[in-house]
Design a protein around this ligand. Structure first.
Ligand code: PLP
Length: 394
């Protein structure tokens, strides 16, 4: 027996739920790539992305996924033989570093703990030892989707300044843009990148990069530039240069609509919504954790991300729970990645998400815990309901 009919709940950390209005915006014929409408969409999206990243620098849109955004960022500011320092706190900054390594860059990893945010003091300590300034850039994920950590980017910049180190600060915002505050200029971030399919509620296939003046200065002499990713080429006057070829029109129609929805809600309200739904999720997990099997992957409550919660299962394979949620309830949860493969599951509360989706997902998890006889504190969903009932006033 299953109770899985009806709309499937995709509770994985990307791609996330695409609003019907965004899907509908794609339901139209292709248009003239030289038309005023197409140029207007490009210009307005580039401008709105500046607001989302909070920068007066330049923004670029690529027909690519997040990995493409990583390559775009790396190729525009790095040269063969440069060293990048990867600030580990999960899987994603490492992936970015590995990509740079294959391009001919030396990758050094500032070893981190998958259960903690990056330690700013360790960053200062490492940079102080780099007297020759061999390290050209630091790579960090604001939210690491594998571990569920949220890093303090402003603190990382302060840690770099404390060491008086000139490296570029490069931040992966794929799982955080539109979900939590980001202040590129205010925090002194030189290069930021994101993707369309997480907090930005758009189908996968677009990557965004933002660069400040410092990064654009370094770009001038970067040795790894290629035409497709190249900022200078994309800053050209001709519209086709903005995409180095045909614009990914339908994804841009979708992006335009998704950003309109975000503006309608208001970015601060969207950020607050993520905070509330994340805290509701955490209140349920905290209740379940009383059974001594489930626990938060991120140990320090202030370092837990508002777009994803990673739940460790101590001494238990999470797969039966994932299978139960999918097959019996129609809820797709995220698997554990990398070091957490077979040890954790992840609940996304990112992008186009509301209370019933999160409470429904939590309900399916608790149902699975009961059905599979996994020890847990009962009433996690009730705790989440009560939390939201207190916080979301009439
Ligand atoms: C999803 C994700 C990526 C990778 O994006 P793809 O589109 O899968 O290439 C990179 N960084 C973070 C933090 C992510 O969550």
């Amino acid at each position: 027996m299953t109770v899985a009919k009806g709309r499937e709940f995709l509770s994985i950390p990307g791609p996330t739920n695409v609003p019907d209005a965004v899907l509908a915006a794609m339901q139209r014929p292709a248009i003239d790539i030289y038309s005023g409408e197409m140029i207007g969409i490009t210009d307005s999206c580039l401008a709105d992305l500046k607001e989302l990243f909070r920068t007066r620098g330049r923004t670029y849109i690529y027909a690519a996924n997040g990995h493409g955004g990583w390559e775009a960022a790396a190729s525009n500011v790095l040269s063969r033989g440069d060293t990048v320092l990867v600030l580990e706190s999960g899987r994603f900054a490492l992936g970015w570093g590995e990509m740079a390594k294959m391009m001919g860059v030396e990758m050094e990893v500032l070893k981190g703990d998958w259960r903690r945010a990056v330690d700013p003091a360790a960053v200062t300590e490492r940079l102080k030892r780099d007297k020759a300034h061999a390290i050209k850039a630091l790579l960090i994920a604001q939210i690491d989707t594998a571990s569920g950590v949220a890093n303090d980017i402003a603190a990382i910049r302060m840690a770099m300044d404390a060491a008086k180190h000139p490296a570029l600060l490069m931040v992966d915002c794929v799982a955080s843009l539109g979900c939590m505050p980001f202040d590129m200029d205010g925090w002194g971030v030189d290069v930021a990148m994101a993707g369309s399919q997480k907090g930005l509620m758009t189908p996968p296939g677009l990557a965004f990069v933002a660069a400040n003046d410092r990064a654009r200065q370094v770009h001038k002499s970067a040795g790894l530039r290629t035409l497709y990713w190249d900022w200078t080429f994309r800053e050209g006057e001709m519209h086709y240069q903005k995409y180095c070829g045909t614009p990914p029109e339908h994804l841009l129609f979708a992006l335009r609509k998704a950003i309109d929805l975000l503006k309608e809600e208001g970015l601060p309200a969207a950020i607050r919504r993520h905070e509330l739904l994340a805290e509701a999720t955490r209140s349920a997990v905290a209740k379940w954790a009383e059974g001594q099997v489930l626990t938060f992957n991120i140990t320090n409550p202030t370092e837990r991300a508002n777009s994803i919660t990673c739940v460790l299962m101590q001494g238990r394979d999470p797969q039966p729970l994932l299978d139960y949620a999918r097959e019996k309830c129609g809820v797709v949860l995220g698997v554990g990645l990398g070091d957490l493969d077979g040890k954790a599951f992840r609940i996304a509360h990112m992008g186009h998400t509301n209370a019933p989706m999160v409470l429904g997902t939590l309900g399916a998890v608790e149902m699975g815990l009961k059905a599979l006889g996994i020890p847990h504190g009962s009433g996690g969903v009730q705790t989440a309901v009560e939390y939201l009932g207190r916080e979301v006033r009439p």
